[in-house]
Each structure stands twice: as C-alpha cells, then as structure tokens.
Design a protein around this ligand. Structure first.
Ligand SMILES: Nc1ncnc2c1ncn2[C@@H]1O[C@H](COP(=O)(O)OP(=O)(O)OP(=O)(O)O)[C@@H](O)[C@H]1O
Length: 247
C-alpha cells in the first residue's frame, strides 16, 4: 500500500525527516508515535502529498504520491468542519465536491451517519456537538468517498478517555469491515498499541525512525482487557524511553 524510500523532508534549512524507510502492506494499519516535534505530522503530510521531499520517494499502490489522491482521506486534529453547515451537509461535502448523483449521495450519507451513531444530531450544527461527535462527523465525511487509505493526525487527542476508546473501537471496526488502510499519528501509547498493526517509534529530534514494532495482537477488539496489551504498551514505552540509543 505505502512504500517510503529514503525520505528526507526539510523546512528551509531544518531537516524534519531523514532516512525514512517504511513499508505498510495493503489493508493494514500503522501508528506513528513519538514526542512532540519529532516529525510525526510531517511524515503524514508527506504521505498525503502535501509536503514535497527533498530526497527519497513515497509510493501508494505502486504510484508516486500526488496531492489530492482520490482514494486518500486525511483527518486533521481540528476536524475541519464548516460551522455554517449542519452535520448532514458536512458529511455530504466530499461527495458534493465530487458531484455525486443526488440519490446515491443521500443514501451514502444516511448510511454512514447511521453507522457512526449520529442520526439524532444530523440537523445540528458543529457548535451544537461535543468534541467526540464532531470527530465522528469528520470520520463520517472522510469515509463517504470510499477511501482505501485514511490518514489521521492525532484524531482523538482532545477527547476524554472513554470517548477516545469509543472512537478507537469505531475506527477498528470500520478498518476490519472495510479493509481500508489506516495511518495514524498519536502521542498516546495505548492508542498506538490498540490501533497499530505496525507501530513506528520516532527518535525525539533527529527526524529518523527509531524502531518499527509488529503488533501480532492487533485486531482483537478485547485486546485492551488482556495482559498482552499491557506488555506491548510497556515494550513501546521502553523503546520510547531509550530514544536515540536504540538504532
Ligand atoms: N512549517 C514549518 N516550518 C518550520 N519548521 C517546522 C514547520 N512545521 C514543523 N516544523 C518543525 O519540524 C519538526 C517536526 O514537526 P511535526 O509537526 O512534524 O512534529 P510532530 O511530531 O507532529 O509534533 P506534535 O506532536 O507536537 O504535533 C518540529 O521541530 C517543528 O518545529
């Protein structure tokens, strides 16, 4: 699905990413974790085609990455909802832009609103919704266009622990049902371990990957209640604490 080869990204003279090599197979998930400023969002934006590398390449499904790839959906931290549009219209936005047939659009929007448990609020505006509901709307909007790759930048960082877990469950369910690949940036170890089939740990400040961990327990909806979950969280924590020493 995603192949990153020797990627280097700079902001002016500052090197934000260096020597990034990563393979993410089709229909799989990957969580990128590391301290603030280590380059997580930069990596996500390079995969989204928003940032151009100075060296190296990113391929999606064998094609060099380009901005506005139709089958890639990006969800940002601030949800990106239009405050003057209702929940229904916000969800419909991507399909309207693509000039989808009205009847098909309506059916797709209703289906996804129902899947994400938002029916009761469909005529409300974003300001009338909680943070968790707004995040669900952002996910619903991203899903209407049928992406094969969903990119998420700290999607649940502003939510309380329970709302966060509910949305993580929804995301896992959608991934398991629709087989869409997920690439997720997070600060949160539990989130990375629950949602990452592959967990990429970034070095604190060199812009490099410190470690890539395969997560054999990924996909178990009850994983959080199992000892292996805590063991994997501890493993990630230790690797993060070792920081630059682990390469
Ligand atoms: N537009 C920019 N111009 C210059 N430097 C930037 C720019 N955007 C990010 N950086 C720098 O690049 C580095 C990586 O930033 P990035 O946002 O990718 O980190 P991050 O790991 O996502 O951080 P956070 O967890 O705080 O969101 C940081 O040192 C940051 O200061």
């Amino acid at each position: 699905m995603i192949d990153i080869e020797n990627l280097e990204v700079r902001y002016g003279d500052f090197t934000a990413l260096k020597d990034i090599n990563l393979h993410i197979p089709p229909h799989s998930t990957c969580a990128i974790i590391g301290p603030s400023g280590c380059g997580k969002s930069t990596l996500l934006y390079a995969v989204a085609g928003i940032l151009k590398p100075v060296q190296g390449r990113v391929f999606i499904q064998g094609e060099p990455v380009k901005k506005n790839r139709r089958e890639t959906s990006l969800i940002l931290q601030n949800y990106g909802l239009l405050p003057w549009k209702t929940l229904w219209d916000n969800v419909a936005l991507g399909l309207k832009i693509r000039k989808e047939d009205k009847e098909i659009l309506s059916k797709k929007v209703e289906d996804i609103i129902s899947k994400l448990g938002l029916e009761k609020h469909k005529h409300n505006y974003p300001s009338q919704l909680s943070g968790g509901q707004q995040q669900r709307v952002a996910i619903a909007r991203a899903l209407t266009v049928g992406p094969d790759l969903l990119l998420l930048d700290e999607p649940f960082s502003s939510l309380d622990a329970i709302s966060r877990e509910i949305l993580q469950n929804i995301l896992l369910q959608i991934h398991l049902e629709e087989k869409m690949s997920l690439l997720l940036v997070t600060h949160n170890i539990e989130e990375a371990v629950y949602l990452g089939q592959k967990i990429v740990i970034m070095e604190p400040s060199s812009g490099r990957i410190a470690h890539i961990l395969e997560n054999p327990h990924f996909g178990d909806k009850d994983f959080r209640e199992k000892l292996d979950f805590y063991k994997t969280c501890m493993e990630v924590r230790k690797l993060m604490e070792k920081g630059g020493d682990i390469r």
